[in-house]
Design a binder for this molecule. Structure first.
Ligand SMILES: Cc1cc2nc3c(=O)[nH]c(=O)nc-3n(C[C@H](O)[C@H](O)[C@H](O)COP(=O)(O)O)c2cc1C
Length: 406
């Protein structure tokens, strides 16, 4: 929980949240920050807020107190989108301040009524509309729908060049002493990027075409720094804009020279072949992510798959279908539109098989368009012949990935 002066009369109020599943679903090994911003012109505005969970609005009020800001003196609540991780505190705020004006998009107005019964004192803004807070702080608005809720806008302070981008350009990971990306070393940024890709792939990825449009729009603004609703502030805005643009492109593939290897096994028959395959892949000049299901969460698998051009799935047949957690993970990859990957499947069966049929059904139904090399399905344990066939197909897969990313 911290306050930072990030530009003239502009402050970041940040509250870290840990040990929860984001959206009730996604694990966050390093937590997440909920960032609000105060702009103190002649009038005071708060840009986005925090969730309404126990203790979180109170943390925000404590931060306002540190800044000597009485919530009653906040005139504008700029709600870039109504998703409750940023707007949940409105109920608590309304109890303290009865005379504020909400600034949001047309769609945001509908959602505010539905979620918080807020129907009055709302100023609707659209593309290029402005809000003058005095002292030179003229805020202009840009519509970036579906990044990540349909009502999303971004607010740009023309005085300081700060773009308050809401979920766009955000990341998982707590904010600690360093709040700017440029305070991180190359190594630290590489590590931090894992949280950014996790955030992007788990939360925003479905809307990748809209992300592309949003990035293009934001590039047109004279942005000096990007202050997102989650994660670090970017004083070199092109870096995170380029990264988000690349992540959006990965949806349709090809992505990076990486392979995500997802496997599951009941009695070790498939697992023996998995160990052989991993040993082989580790000798290749390609980044490998290995995940066992159901041990590793959907979110973790999705994070790796998002940046991988190649996918290997290894699992046995279970009641005429795939080993169930594999089916669930693949459905999720399909729904997030992890499309056009190079892929390989192998696994053990005991009766009459069936895993392949379900795999084909899921990839076809969800339009995933994965290009598979020949599958290797074996009865019981894997012998030398099976392992050699697996090696052959892995060689083919690696070549396909290398070709795709050239
Ligand atoms: C609960 C259960 C369901 C199974 N269902 C099928 C099936 O529908 N078709 C099939 O060919 N084998 C089926 N098998 C056999 C397994 O696919 C076989 O034992 C395989 O070797 C398991 O590989 P693993 O040790 O990697 O889990 C089933 C086994 C179990 C325990």
């Amino acid at each position: 929980m911290q306050v930072n002066n990030i530009a003239k009369e502009t402050y970041q109020l940040s509250v870290n949240v840990e040990n929860i599943l984001f959206e009730g679903l996604w694990e966050m090994p390093n937590g997440v920050s909920l960032n609000s911003y105060i702009i103190k012109g002649e009038k005071t505005a708060i840009v986005d807020g925090v969730c309404g969970w126990d203790g979180v609005p109170e943390s925000l009020f404590a931060l306002l107190d540190k800044l000597n800001i009485n919530p009653k003196d906040i005139e504008y609540l700029i709600v870039n989108h109504v998703e409750p991780d940023h707007s949940g505190w409105i109920e608590a705020f309304k109890k303290i301040n009865k005379n504020f004006q909400v600034v949001c998009s047309k769609k945001g107005k509908e959602l505010l009524s539905a979620f918080y019964g807020q129907t009055e004192n709302i100023t609707v803004v659209g593309e290029k509309d402005t809000l003058d807070l005095g002292n030179g702080h003229v805020i202009t608005f840009t519509e970036i729908p579906n990044v990540h809720w349909p009502d999303t806008i971004a607010a740009f302070d023309t005085l300081t060049g700060t773009l308050f981008s809401c979920d766009a350009f955000g990341s998982f990971g707590k904010l600690e002493d360093k709040i700017y990306a440029d305070q991180f070393s190359e190594e630290e940024l590489k590590e931090y990027e894992k949280d950014t890709v996790r955030y992007y792939s788990n939360i925003v990825a479905h809307f990748s075409p809209q992300v592309k449009k949003a990035v293009a729009k934001c590039r047109e603004l004279p942005v000096k720094q990007i202050a997102p609703g989650h994660g670090l502030i970017w004083r070199e805005p092109a870096k995170i804009m380029d990264a988000y643009s690349d992540y959006a492109d990965y949806q349709k593939g090809p992505a990076r020279k990486e392979i995500t290897f997802i496997w599951g096994s009941m009695y070790g028959m498939t697992e023996t072949a998995v160990k052989h395959a991993i040993k082989m892949l580790e000798k290749k000049d390609i980044t490998l992510h290995v995940h066992q299901v159901p041990k590793d969460s959907w979110g973790t698998v999705l994070t790796s798959a998002w940046t991988s051009t190649g996918i290997i799935v290894a699992m046995p047949t279970y009641e005429f279908k795939m080993f169930p957690p594999m089916g669930a993970v693949l459905e999720e990859l399909g729904k997030k539109k992890v499309f056009n990957r190079k892929a390989f499947r192998f696994g053990s069966y005991g009766w009459s098989g069936g895993a392949q049929r379900e795999l084909d059904e899921i990839t076809t139904r969800l339009g995933m368009n994965w290009e598979f090399v020949e599958p290797v399905e074996f009865l019981g344990k894997s012998d030398e012949e099976v392992l050699s066939k697996i090696s052959e197909q892995i060689d083919k897969l690696v070549s396909l990935v290398e070709e795709a990313v050239k």
